[in-house]
Write a protein that binds this ligand. Structure first.
Ligand code: G3H
Ligand code: 13P
Ligand code: ZN
Length: 332
């Protein structure tokens, strides 16, 4: 048993309180490898932004949970080396699907866990979430829960249709589970294809898809029911068209990829939404940079020569999100 405090991490409690009061959101970036982690820490240190490092099921399968946890410990020291005296870094389990998994993360030094029981019936979601909260809180680890269903793939849970969170359930859910934050469904979804073309309109000038707006009315109703309670948005990549264009121009094939417009995330950040999850955009930045190197320098075979530019591009993306979308710069 190792406490997250021993390795210099923080939980989300104070961070979220300040973010809700201050009208900004904390970036929650997924990481699977060293270059992503370096880019996240460089961006957070340079902008003095609190940051949440997320470990998904895919990341655990790819890179190993223990290794990722030690990489996060290293990240705290790396942040200090970069001149960030008191790094505000959370290590968070993304989409935990069982009590045992959440417990193992708490026991190995994660400072925050998500129990995603949103695909279960309401009462079962409450029971499992409460069980995780009861254990995590004994160790001062904060817990994110989810109510409502996002369309698309949530790790292994695939849903054809999204079901917006029902505002009439949130008080009961938050009170009975004791969760510290709540992920809601208001029209975001995971991946680079968030909407089918038939759900969108097309900009006649550019031919690009324009997605339907997020359900801000549902968000505002939830805020009224739970004033000041920390709200989380998953599936919040914007799928920047410049990356999609670079990928497609250099041998890739991402037709009609579409994300959440950044203005809407900026708007959401000013509300009780205090954690915004971004993964796919970093994948796109990395892929665009790597494809460009391979197209321009077909003789290149030193991974540092293509992963280096990929890291630079991801750092640029993370800084842009922090400064221009979430507004968390200077808050750590
Ligand atoms: O919630 C979804 C995240 O983007 C993680 O996806 O399990 O493929 O790493 P992953
Ligand atoms: P994106 O696929 O939109 O980046 O969402 C990531 C996410 O919600 C991780 O939990
Ligand atoms: Zn998610």
């Amino acid at each position: 048993m190792v406490s997250f405090k021993e390795i210099g991490l923080v939980n989300t409690r104070e961070m979220f309180k300040k973010a809700v009061a201050g009208g900004y959101a904390i970036p929650a970036f997924n990481f699977n490898n060293m270059e992503q982690l370096q880019a996240i820490i460089m961006a957070a240190a340079e902008t003095k932004s609190p940051v949440i490092l997320q470990v998904s099921k895919g990341a655990r399968n790819y890179a190993n949970q223990t290794l990722l946890r030690y990489m996060a410990e290293g990240a705290v020291e790396y942040a200090k080396e970069l001149g960030w005296e008191k790094p505000q870094i959370v290590l968070h389990l993304d989409h935990g699907d069982s009590f045992e998994l959440c417990k193992s993360c708490v026991d190995m030094g994660f400072s925050s866990v998500m129990i995603d029981a949103s695909s279960l019936p309401y009462e079962d979601n409450i029971a499992l979430t409460k069980k995780v909260v009861d254990y995590a809180h004994q160790h001062d680890v904060t817990v994110e829960a989810e109510l409502g269903v996002l369309a698309g793939v949530e790790d292994e849970v695939a849903a054809e249709e999204s079901h917006y969170t029902r505002p009439e359930e949130v008080i009961d859910f938050a009170t009975r589970t004791g969760c510290d934050s709540l992920a809601i469904s208001i029209g975001t979804s995971h991946g680079a294809y968030k909407f089918k073309p038939e759900q969108c309109t097309r900009d006649p000038k550019t031919g690009r898809l324009v997605p339907p707006p997020l359900a801000f009315d549902v968000l505002h109703e939830i805020e009224k029911k739970l004033p000041g309670f920390p709200i989380v948005l998953h599936g919040s990549s914007s799928v920047p068209q410049n990356y999609v264009d670079i990928i497609n121009a250099n041998g890739g094939k991402l037709p009609d990829a579409v994300g959440i417009p950044e203005e809407q995330l900026r708007e959401a950040s000013k509300s009780a939404v205090c954690k915004i999850n971004i993964d796919s955009d970093s994948r796109l930045a990395m892929t665009a940079a790597v494809r460009k190197v391979f197209a321009e320098k077909p003789g290149e075979f030193d991974p540092r020569k293509y992963l280096g530019p990929a890291r630079d591009e991801m750092k640029k993306l993370y800084m842009d999100k922090i400064v221009n979308v979430l507004g968390s710069n200077g808050k750590a």
